[in-house]
Design a protein around this ligand. Structure first.
Ligand SMILES: Nc1nc2c(ncn2[C@@H]2O[C@H](COP(=O)(O)OP(=O)(O)O)[C@@H](O)[C@H]2O)c(=O)[nH]1
Ligand SMILES: [Mg+2]
Length: 209
């Protein structure tokens, strides 16, 4: 895909100049950020995106009460009903487009088509509610979407060693598990870099075989 344009129209309205893609951008990669309700998807996309992230949040309505399990996540009163969208230039050539998507069962219709063309995914995990991650991981495995797991460190979350989490989530040795603070740009960026390195490794393996 070539995002460069030889003709740069002069705009008086429209995207701000800082939203413009670098001229050198040569490759665009679609990355999906998934995870249960309140794990920090919107926060991660927001902290790392170089464009003002597009977020579709709707204050949780009575309809969501009892369906979205808010126990253990005090203070959370909005749930993502659609998607988060952001962009990050990893280097001069590589641009990632981030799509944050809810993992609750009632939003699975959004998954249709979303993973088309996606190179990989980040599964955000809250150790206080690991069970929401099971379905999400299962669905990624079904679709053969490579993913890394990022454990978002909430202050009152129990501190599980990575290998214990690997066991609990039933993940093979090869799947990277990292911890992060989704509010920190550098930490969110590290998660994405872990995914990119993992994807590179998989591509190299495939080439070798
Ligand atoms: N302590 C802590 N709080 C976080 C972190 N990431 C997100 N939060 C908070 O957790 C709540 C849910 O995050 P949000 O991004 O809306 O979750 P989403 O439903 O997955 O999009 C928000 O109040 C965030 O400020 C983190 O890494 N550490
Ligand atoms: Mg959200």
């Amino acid at each position: 895909m070539d995002f460069r344009s030889s003709e740069q129209p002069v705009r008086t309205t429209g995207p701000r100049s800082e939203d413009a893609l670098p001229e050198t951008a040569a490759a665009a990669v679609k990355v999906v950020i998934v995870g249960g309700f309140g794990v920090g998807k919107t926060t991660l996309v927001g902290s790392v995106s170089e464009i003002r992230p597009l977020t579709t949040e709707e204050t949780m309505t009575q309809a969501g009460v009892g369906i979205d399990d808010t126990s253990g996540i005090g203070g959370k009163n909005a749930t993502t009903v659609a998607m988060d969208f952001g962009r990050i230039s990893v280097n001069e050539e590589l641009v990632l487009y981030l799509f944050g998507t809810p993992g609750q069962e009632r939003f699975w219709f959004l998954w249709r088509g979303l993973f088309e063309g996606a190179l990989g995914a980040v599964v955000l995990v809250d150790t206080r509610r690991l069970e929401v991650s099971f379905d999400v991981i299962g669905r990624l495995e079904e679709r053969s979407v490579p993913f890394v797991v990022a454990v978002n460190s909430f202050p009152d979350a129990p501190d599980h060693p990575v290998e214990e989490l690997r066991g609990a989530l039933d993940l093979p040795e090869s799947v990277p598990i990292v911890t992060c603070d989704a509010r920190q740009r550098s930490s969110s960026r590290d998660v994405l870099m872990t995914l990119m390195r993992y994807l590179q490794g998989l591509a190299a393996e495939q080439q070798a075989s």
